[in-house]
Design a binder for this molecule. Structure first.
Ligand code: FUB
Length: 457
């Protein structure tokens, strides 16, 4: 990813590649299969992770990542919160597919499909981990673990939790209150296979001429008002997003139609995630714009939508604009993690045990944009935690666009190592009001510095 960005910048096109784009949400990694979770006033977005290097022309996916936001435009990177290594019983070194996380009684349960090894579960005391494997084996004792993928979970109003999953059949279990076992008295050893009929999930003629269900994979279950929604990747491949509704979490499902159709910049797969947050409804999906059209290098995007008055979901267009308005402003007068990003070009994030996540791979010409920063009555100084084993560089602080008003420049010096963090300060022109802030990185030919957090004073 980096080389492409650098080439473009060297060509002198110092413009955001995507104009005023806000989609995809993450530019530092390829992310897919969005699973948003609202907890305690914050949206946590769990994603899969398509590696930069695709192996054997197939999904190359080793870990699951997490991002969070409180304003829907600036997303904080929490890194890889779980990986295939967390399942020591599984021999799989690839196949970290579409997960979903849910909170119950202060614990966070991350349901993870390991492609070829079925659906497993991890548990943590915080939404960002550390996650551990409570079972030491897969959760779902299915007969067809190759097709046991893409778990989705909900807790009904009466406390009964449901875990659905599967491609091309949609299965469910009724989870016990511990969320890591299930009621074995129903279905086949606890597993209920949904009726995959046209009334429930639509129908299409396959290449072999046979009529089959539109439902393909990637289910997303939730309840809104009195209606249960099952949204899913349909009619694959290429996949559309469709949905069905039901009067109960156990069905019967009624097919309702498409939510997102195919478009050129969408991948051959798609995966829905839907939440209501602070009075708005949001639809998450993935596309392949950032990689220039590679279906194994996807990126999560989001759009705001309104339900129709009868609770049906309108057709949603994939857009580059994404979420246009920030829900709230960001205060620059407390430490802001450098990995809180609305848009960036060129940089990556990394983590170390002492510092946590930080922005890395900063070269001349890279930049980070943070939206809706509220300077209130004024800021006079900029402080940043940075580290450099080489010559350092500069952070230009610009308002509203990459060549907007220059507030000030922080000269980042050598700190004696890439993990030797020091706090460095520069004066800024007194500024007030709400602005987008651009951190424009300048320097020599080598990697410049790492960037952990910033604030204004
Ligand atoms: O990302 C890997 C797989 O592709 C997911 O599990 C499916 O839903 C599809 O997006």
């Amino acid at each position: 990813m980096k080389n492409r960005m650098v080439t473009i910048l060297v060509l002198g096109l110092f413009l955001p590649m995507f104009g005023l784009a806000q989609n995809p949400i993450v530019q530092t990694y390829f992310t897919a299969d969005p699973a948003p979770m609202v907890y305690n006033g914050t949206v946590y977005l769990y994603t899969t992770h398509d590696e930069d290097e695709t192996v054997d022309n197939f999904f190359t996916m080793y870990d699951w990542r997490c991002y969070s936001t409180t304003d829907m435009v600036n997303w904080t990177d929490h890194g890889a919160v779980a990986s295939l290594n967390d399942f020591v019983w599984s021999g799989k070194t690839n196949g970290a597919w579409a997960p979903q996380c849910i909170e119950r009684n202060g614990k966070f349960y991350l349901y993870c499909p390991i492609h070829g090894d079925g659906v497993a579960v991890l548990v943590a005391d915080s939404p960002t981990g550390p996650f551990t494997d409570p079972l030491g084996k897969r959760l779902i004792d299915g007969e067809d673990i190759w097709h046991d993928i893409d778990p989705t979970v909900m807790i009904d109003d009466d406390g009964q939790a449901y875990l659905y999953w599967g491609n091309p059949t949609l299965y469910y279990v009724k989870l016990n209150e511990d969320m890591i076992s299930y009621d074995r008295s129903i279905g086949k050893n606890g597993i209920v296979a949904s009726e995959m009929n046209p009334e429930a999930f639509g129908s299409q003629k396959g290449r072999d001429g046979k009529i089959r269900s539109l439902y393909t994979e990637g289910p997303w279950i939730y309840k809104r008002d009195k209606l249960y929604y099952m949204v899913y990747a349909a009619a694959g491949i290429p996949e559309y997003i469709a949905y069905s509704t039901a009067p109960s979490a156990e069905g019967p499902w009624t097919y309702q139609g498409f939510i997102m159709e195919r478009a050129d910049h969408l991948a051959f797969t798609n995966h829905p995630g839907i939440i209501d947050y602070k009075g708005n409804s949001y639809f998450f999906y993935h596309d392949q714009d950032l990689s220039g059209g590679e279906g194994f290098k996807r990126s999560v995007s989001v759009g705001q939508f309104n339900y129709n008055a009868d609770g049906t979901i309108p057709l949603i267009e994939p857009t580059k604009d994404g979420v246009k308005e920030s829900i709230s402003n960001l205060s620059p007068f407390q430490k802001v993690e450098a990995e809180t990003i609305a848009w960036c070009e060129g940089v990556k994030t990394m983590s170390d045990s002492k510092t946590g996540i930080y922005v890395s791979n900063i070269d001349h010409g890279d930049y980070i944009k943070v939206r809706s920063v509220d300077f209130g009555k004024g800021a006079k100084a900029f402080v940043a935690s940075v580290a450099s084993a080489l010559n350092g560089g500069k952070i230009e602080l610009r308002l509203n666009n990459p060549d907007g008003e220059l507030l000030g420049t922080l000269e980042v010096k050598n700190t004696g190592g890439w993990q030797n963090w020091t706090t460095q300060t520069s004066k800024v022109t007194k500024t007030s009001g709400v602005h987008d802030v651009y951190f424009i990185f300048k320097g020599g030919e080598n990697q410049l510095f790492n960037f952990d957090w910033w604030m204004f004073k």
